[in-house]
Ligand binder design. Sequence first.
Ligand code: P6P
Length: 334
Amino acid sequence: MPMITTVQQHILQQQREQMKTTGREPTGTFSWLLSGITLAAKMVEAKIRSAGLSDIYGAFGAENVQGEQQQKLDVYANQALLHCLGLRDSVAALVSEEDEQPVTFNRDPETGKYIIIFDPLDGSSNIDVNVNVGTIFSVLRRLPLEQGTLEQSILQPGYEQVAAGYVVYGPSTVLVYTTGSGVHGFTLDHTIGAFVLSNERMRMPEQGSYYSVNEANADGWPAAYRSYIDMLRAGGLGKTYSSRYIGSLVADFHRTLLKGGVFLYPPTLQQPKGKLRLLYEANPLAFIAEQAGGVATYGAERVLDIRPEVIHQRTPFCIGSRREMEALVQAVKL
Ligand code: P6P
């Protein structure tokens, strides 16, 4: 019988290992919390897999807080996560890309210890053309009452995350997460209906051979980004690069994590503060990248150090292998 390790088992194993230093016995609260995410992910995956055969494609007919046309699957994924996570007593608040305001639960801080922030279905405009989409999540601990309100707990900098992860729905459905002890990948095994450990202690290559950016925006980037891409093209880092841009952040990041290279969403004319969202896109992926040996900035500075001011805050976003990112930071600093 091959060894099978589910997400919940893996988290408990990690907590037992950490117990040697923390002395804290795993309570199972955290693994129970993450089981809410894996359950919702399985519900979303089932819908996506059958999307062509049911009336789940297309626009829902409303806009979300971002002013974007909600796809039917956006609404479904959001409802699945709100339902599955709302049932976990350890959740104090849920923050979604799809909702203007957080969903809060009247639980005492001893019980409601965690805040889950998520993009339920990122890249959803690609669904109708059968391109990979993803779910991204970030977990923060609620601040003690004397240290801050629930809103201040939500607006903590990314270095305070206790966990982060994503699910990429593609030829296979893969969940990648970190709790600060490395990055670990799980593949959904439909025969048993569980995410099974398939890639433990994932490391981002020191250098890759792909750069990933929407070059249609190049005229609007700050000049340093244009010269950086020109440098990569000219072999300035000692390698020949190919361009890969899927237009679905989770898919572009997952490739960067596995193969190395760099993904950029610089400031543009239309969005001088960047397009991607800090709390539920940049922060969780930055936490994962750093845990895998990569780097994530919003130009020259570290994404995880940003002190958020509003929930749906946007940021320029650069993430990838150490070699490419060191060169980017130098280019932007000039
Ligand atoms: P553009 C999808 O809408 C998304 O939020 C990310 O998944 C993706 O990286 C980005 O926008 C693509 O944006 O402007 O290149 O189409």
